[in-house]
Ligand binder design. Structure first.
Ligand SMILES: *Cc1c(COP(=O)(O)O)cnc(C)c1O
Ligand code: SF4
Length: 454
């Protein structure tokens, strides 16, 4: 890795690196032969996209394939089941045609649970009986917005559950609501204090497009909308967005206008590993974001092979605090895509969190986790305890479909292999968790579901 001294002065053009261009990058020959083949085989099924900045500055090619950012951005052989891998490798070697490749790829994709359900039919807000696409209103005080122009990323994370969308398999195409609909909806929902603009990555949008979404939120009519968040990986994958992109300054002026309106603007930076904050460009992006009066927070999932290391988290949080990014959430990886490669048991996730948490000062202990974004709500794994001889997992909702569930402790059998809420059974011989009871209860069948959102 080298961090060139003139990084900050010289505008760099964003250049995506994909399956068809990766072989022309200077780093390609540093990839061992069998890994080169693996990249070609797996990316015939799962989309892959990175960029020159990530390749040049964040990946240590001497540590490939173990390098965490390599794992985060390059597809890995273990992401396909051995029989699927073999089938695809055979086709490629035999020089199979496009149609045959596509059919096999789709067959494999369908088995990877491409649809983290619960997102299309639930939580879609309505205005005058009309469903508003591209929005989600699950927790009383927060509306999520998925602008259609923000449905891609500067690089794809290998664990991303939106891959079905990226390969065009998913019928879930988020359309933006019209500005009018968005404003009208918020105007009649005074309980909404937070609007969270997410994606994909909304910061792939040009500032001009972002402005058409954000500026209407600043009207007097929407004084109850106090907090605006932008969920983004750009701070890690393309910090140039805030520094040298042609409309970077215009973006910062937009941030300043939000702050000047008396609102809280938070950039929710999806930092996965401390190396993402090491480059001068990344640090300059933090400085520039903060100079506008916006807050920067950090959140990301715990991913095997990427950041399943308490030291990495502790360092990430410490660096964040020092530079001005507030640690916010550690998430549990969702139940979709090549989860078998990336998932971690809940008990181990809690151990990793705890080992990291106990190394940092109180200033970094603003972080909460590990947290599952499950259908009934965000469930925090508090840890394992022994109660009258039974090993139990202590849990609580940080957010819930029903606000009365929040912060009510509940208990599951401490199953060391469970990786998601749906794997858990109630402790103490109970038949149901409290949130499954009664008419408002969430039935067991949907507990399995992961949901879109943060
Ligand atoms: C996490 C999340 C939010 C925001 O929750 P906070 O606890 O305020 O960060 C909002 N909507 C959905 C669907 C979420 O998953
Ligand atoms: S930044 Fe988020 S949406 Fe984009 S690829 Fe990574 S996980 Fe997916």
């Amino acid at each position: 890795m080298h961090h060139a001294a003139n990084d900050l002065a010289e505008p760099q053009r964003y250049r995506a690196v994909t399956r068809s261009t990766v072989t022309r990058t200077p780093q390609w020959e540093l990839v061992p032969r069998e890994l080169q083949e693996a990249i070609m085989v797996v990316s015939a099924v799962l989309p892959f996209r990175t960029n020159e900045y990530v390749m040049r500055e964040l990946i240590d090619w001497e540590r490939v394939p173990e390098d965490p950012i390599y794992q985060l951005t390059f597809v890995q052989p273990g992401m396909l089941k051995p029989e699927d891998y073999a089938a695809m490798a055979r086709l490629l070697r035999a020089g199979a045609g496009k149609a045959e490749l596509r059919a096999t790829a789709d067959r494999i994709r369908l088995r990877l649970n491409p649809h983290p359900a619960g997102q299309l039919t639930h939580n879609v807000p309505q205005l005058d009986g009309r469903r508003l696409p591209g929005m989600q209103h699950k927790y009383r005080e927060t509306v999520l917005l998925f602008p259609s122009q923000g449905q891609t990323c500067h690089a794809y994370c290998t664990f991303c559950f939106r891959w079905a969308q990226f390969v065009g398999m998913d019928e879930i195409k988020f359309q933006s609501p019209s500005t009018r609909d968005l404003v009208d909806y918020l105007a009649v929902h005074p309980e909404v204090s937070d609007v969270l603009i997410t994606g994909g990555d909304p910061l792939v949008m040009r500032t001009k497009a972002l402005r058409t979404i954000i500026e209407p939120l600043l009207s007097d009519e929407l004084a109850h909308v106090q907090d605006i968040r932008l969920g983004t990986k750009s701070v890690a994958y393309w910090p140039q967005r805030y520094v040298t992109d042609p409309d970077a300054d215009e973006l910062l002026r937009l941030f300043e206008r939000v702050v000047a309106s008396g609102r809280h603007l938070a950039v929710m930076g999806h930092y996965s590993h401390p190396v993402e904050l090491e480059t001068p460009m990344a640090q300059e992006a933090v400085r520039r974001i903060r100079s506008t009066g916006a807050e920067l927070r950090m959140q990301s999932p715990l991913i095997r092979h990427v950041n399943d290391d308490p030291e990495a988290w502790a360092q990430l949080w410490r660096t964040g605090v020092r530079l001005g990014a507030v640690p916010y959430y550690m998430f549990v990886e969702r139940d979709t895509g090549p989860k078998h490669y990336f998932e971690m048991p809940l008990v181990r996730a809690w151990e990793t969190f705890r080992e990291a948490y106990r190394q940092v000062s109180g200033l970094a202990r603003t972080v909460r986790g590990p947290s599952m974004s499950a259908f009934p709500g965000k469930v925090l794994v508090d840890g394992v305890a022994e109660v009258r001889g039974e090993q139990v997992l202590c849990l609580q909702f940080l957010q819930a479909r029903d606000p009365s569930w929040v912060r009510r402790p509940f208990f599951a059998k401490a199953d060391p292999d469970a990786t998601w809420l749906g794997d858990l059974v109630p402790a103490f011989g109970e038949k149901q968790f409290f949130f499954e009871r009664g008419p408002a209860g969430v039935p067991r069948s949907v507990r399995r579901l992961a949901v879109v959102g943060q």
